[in-house]
Write a protein that binds this ligand. Structure first.
Ligand SMILES: Nc1ncnc2c1ncn2[C@@H]1O[C@H](COP(=O)(O)OP(=O)(O)O)[C@@H](O)[C@H]1O
Ligand SMILES: [Mg+2]
Length: 293
């Protein structure tokens, strides 16, 4: 059977497409048989347990890691060729960046890359940086050093830096990790606006899907050594997520019709005290649904 016959072609050309892709690192297969397409203009999460190969997948899509077999195309070109059109926010950005840089200097790095410092910044470049800072709501802090910013604001600087080259595709590796709830929400809103207003295709690695659920079109989930893509409605399945997270979870729908993933509590303690949800979002959503009982 022809590979292309296995799924109906997406209406829009795909932004990222894997054909039987596999990656080997230090002699070990990290994942294999990756065959899926991510539609242009969509927001997709990459999910999987620690070490499942989420970062590896992004690096392979960026052409930073070779495949041991198969192929990956991104924005219609082989992985690694369309880098000008891709914005990337690596997992360790907020800890590794030089925190003596000002916000504007950091964002300018995204415009002129390694040439920074070796040439005078042009008006156009400054304007591009300004646009990216406006979009992420950090323009008023342009001259502030990164070391003086909260984690949430640093993360927005990271996003602004990735946006400064005006990419078609934005890839973020765990951008919500270590952020407080308000900062997570602000970052999610920035992603939603980039997608809606600029039509940007977004791929985002996340541990906790709940915060992103309202804006996700689909997810790549790394399960049993293989990456799979599914639309978000199909990912929100208790059995699948339980298998994926390696712990019992269920998909709960609130009275308002909002869905979230919640740990299943099998222990029913004596009444009068609700079992505490460890997940902050789950608990806030659960609270609002309980109010309606
Ligand atoms: N530079 C490397 N060399 C060899 N193996 C690596 C390297 N980086 C990561 N790995 C291995 O690849 C696997 C996937 O890592 P990674 O993609 O970082 O996972 P995730 O992002 O899902 O936590 C892990 O088992 C990790 O030990
Ligand atoms: Mg990772």
């Amino acid at each position: 059977m022809n590979q292309h016959d296995q799924q109906t072609p997406p209406r829009l050309p795909s932004a990222i497409s894997l054909q039987q892709a596999a990656v080997v690192r230090s002699g070990r297969t990290i994942w294999s048989q990756g065959s899926f397409s991510i539609p242009t203009g969509s927001i997709t999460a990459i999910v999987g347990t620690n070490g499942a190969g989420k970062t590896t997948l992004m690096q392979a899509e960026l052409g930073l890691l070779p495949l041991s077999s198969g192929s990956i195309s991104v924005l219609g070109q082989p992985a690694g060729k369309a880098t000008q059109s891709i914005g990337y926010v690596p997992q360790s950005y907020t800890t590794e960046v030089d925190s003596n840089l000002s916000v504007e200097q950091s964002v300018l790095l995204g415009v002129n890359g390694t040439r920074f410092g070796l040439h005078r910044t042009s008006k156009t470049e400054r304007a591009q940086a300004k646009q990216a800072m406006d979009f992420t709501g950090i323009s008023d802090r342009a001259q502030v050093r990164l070391s003086e910013l909260s984690g949430g604001l640093r993360q927005r600087v990271a996003i602004a830096q990735a946006l400064a080259s005006q990419p078609q595709l934005l890839m973020l590796d765990e951008p919500l990790a270590n952020l407080d709830l308000a900062s997570q929400r602000e970052s999610v809103q920035v992603l939603a606006r980039l997608n809606q207003e600029l039509g940007m295709t977004i791929q985002v690695v996340a541990h906790d899907l709940n915060m992103l659920l309202p804006i996700l079109d689909g997810a790549v989930y790394l399960l049993d050594g293989h990456p799979h893509y599914a639309r978000i409605g199909d990912v929100l399945d208790g059995d699948l997520l339980t298998h994926l997270y390696g712990t019992q979870v269920e998909v709960v729908t609130t009275a308002q019709g909002q869905m979230f993933i919640s740990p299943t509590h099998t222990v029913s303690q004596h009444s009068g005290h609700h079992v505490e949800q460890t997940d902050a979002i789950a608990s806030s959503l659960a609270a609002s649904s309980q109010e309606n009982r």
